[in-house]
Design a protein around this ligand. Structure first.
Ligand code: ADP
Length: 530
């Protein structure tokens, strides 16, 4: 049975009720309660009382009555007492039976060789005698031996029912772990066919449990070594666990349904029969790709940041030393150009530190927005004017639709987005320095696009570059300065406005970065994120 279909706890409770009900009937009772003994009681799995034809409110009355009465034991397993009529009525027994026949309360000790299982208290008309007792109509020769046989059988049945209650609850707990585990878990039979495939495994591989049940697990996962060579059956982690080998945190590559490969760490274990033969194999699968990405991101962060800080510091130090040693020999122009270089590098440092602070504020959800009506065309023209003054050799073409609607935005933040995208367009277009800025409106939003004819970005890299510290290629080998924070910040700003940002690009031909902002009348309510 699959862990996805745990057995209902009701079933095993019903088993107890059926056993108790038939025992009470066989003993000619009308109603009763079975109380599990302390020795057999397991708070994890069983309830203390199993009622038959007795209501919950009547139970305390019956229990306090039997506590006062004589208790049965293994020497005298059945004790019979006459119940006062008012108590019998209180317990819900029919008035005519109470009046005409009187009611007895019988207590039967249920035990076996392993010890007591519990006590069965039941109510019956005083005239009734069961087939296990002397004086009954059916079996006049009934001896105490027959009653003891009945008790032994009842004890065995009850022990099984209590055990199965425990197993069902245990299965429920295991099923919850299996279902909610963040780690992928699959189990196989001894022919390595899949019998369970948990939701984490479904997420990891893209296969649904119903599609893989009964399949050979190698055919579903296509495990490979880290070099990409198919694993032979002799390297199957489950077979090795069957052979008694320890398989803990072994790294391998598995294939998802769409052919994508993941680096995973697997641990295999084996469930054996009483004779020690392997019955089931269990494979725990942990996705290492994400963990590795995070580790890589951390180490990239440190190397990129140190590299980005070291370069301007080295340049500033170099110029400062030349100035200190040679300032008397330098003419005004020489002096000026060196001071400008120092200033530019200081600006670069300032921008890097600013971006780092910005990124950490975004992470801490502390991006404060000051939203107001914004005329995008005016903003674009202003940014372009300042940009053109900084880069006079770059040709910028404006393609802005007439009567561009206003948007609701934080002017300073959108200016930062435009500046970042323009800086990148220049930075990543080493030869072609022609940029087009377009803007048009749709029914819902205003879209701004910045196109360059630069180096372009491959499709694979396009998916990454909006993430923190993501740069195309090896960040440390790149000649252009940058820490992979600009686009991350742009995306955070645009998304905080309820807009989108995306890129269309062809390698070695150029890129178009676009972002959208909701039109003023469609904008979400002004917000301040802090
Ligand atoms: P930075 O420029 O500081 O590295 P960004 O987040 O602005 O960080 O950009 C991330 C990466 O995206 C850049 O390192 C670069 O590889 C790529 N990229 C950004 N803009 C362009 C562009 N216009 N053309 C080509 N590649 C670009």
């Amino acid at each position: 049975m699959s862990w996805s279909l745990p057995q209902q706890a009701e079933d095993s409770r019903d088993q107890m009720t059926i056993l108790i009900g038939s025992a009470v009937r066989l003993l000619c009772g009308e109603a009763g309660v079975f109380v599990v003994s302390n020795e057999a009681f397991d708070p994890q799995s069983s309830s203390e009382y199993t009622l038959y034809q007795i209501s919950e409110p009547a139970l305390p009355h019956l229990l306090s009555y039997v506590q006062e009465a004589m208790q049965p034991n293994s020497l005298q397993p059945l004790v019979v007492e006459t119940v006062p009529p008012d108590l019998a009525i209180q317990l819900g027994l029919p008035e005519d039976v109470v009046e005409q026949q009187g009611i007895e309360c019988c207590s039967l000790a249920v035990f076996d060789q392993a010890g007591p299982v519990g006590m069965l208290h039941f109510l019956r008309p005083s005239t009734a005698r069961s087939c296990f007792e002397p004086g009954n109509e059916l079996n006049d020769t009934a001896s105490e031996g027959t009653l003891r046989l009945f008790i032994a059988q009842l004890a065995t049945g009850l022990r099984f029912a209590l055990r199965s209650q425990g197993l069902v609850k245990e299965q429920g707990r295991l099923a919850a772990i299996f279902q909610h585990s963040k780690e992928g878990i699959l189990t196989v039979d001894n022919a390595l066919r899949i019998i369970d495939f948990n939701p984490a495994m479904e997420d990891l591989t893209g296969w649904q449990e119903s599609e893989v049940l009964g399949q050979f697990y190698f055919k579903v996962l296509h495990p490979k070594d880290r070099q990409g060579n198919d694993l032979g059956l002799q390297d199957s982690p489950i077979l090795q666990a069957f052979a008694g080998q320890e398989v803990v945190d072994r790294e391998m590559v598995i294939c998802a349904r769409d052919g994508q490969r993941f680096l995973v760490s697997v641990t295999a274990s084996c469930v054996r029969s009483a004779r020690g033969e392997p019955m089931n194999g269990i494979l725990n699968v942990r996705d290492l790709t994400r963990e590795r990405q995070q580790e890589e991101q951390r180490s990239t962060f440190i190397s990129v940041i140190s590299h980005e800080l070291k370069t301007p510091i080295a340049i500033i130090k170099g110029y400062a030393s030349t100035l200190a040693d040679n300032y008397a020999k330098l003419d005004a122009e020489g002096l000026h150009s060196r001071l400008v270089a120092v200033e530019e590098e200081a600006d670069r440092l300032d921008k890097l530190v600013g971006n780092l602070l910005y990124a950490s504020r975004i992470q801490a959800n502390g991006l404060q927005m000051d939203i107001a009506t914004l005329d995008l065309e005016r903003l674009i023209r202003g940014v372009v004017r300042r940009f053109q003054a900084k880069y006079p050799d770059v040709s910028i073409t404006l393609d802005i639709s007439e009567s561009l609607p206003t948007v609701m935005a934080d002017r300073e933040r959108i200016e930062e987005v435009l500046q970042n995208l323009l800086d990148n367009a220049v930075k990543y277009s080493p030869r072609q320095r022609a940029i087009t800025i377009g803007s048009h409106a749709t029914g819902e939003e205003v879209i701004v696009s910045i196109s360059d004819a630069g180096m372009g970005i491959s499709l694979r890299d396009q998916q990454q570059i909006f993430e923190r510290f993501q740069r195309v290629g090896d960040p440390l080998m790149q000649s252009t300065p940058g820490a992979g924070l600009g686009l991350y910040i742009c995306r955070a700003i645009v998304e905080a406005h309820g807009g989108r940002i995306w890129v269309e690009s062809t390698l070695r031909q150029g890129s178009t970065f676009s972002f959208s902002l909701p039109r003023e009348e469609k904008a979400p309510l002004p917000m301040v994120v802090f």
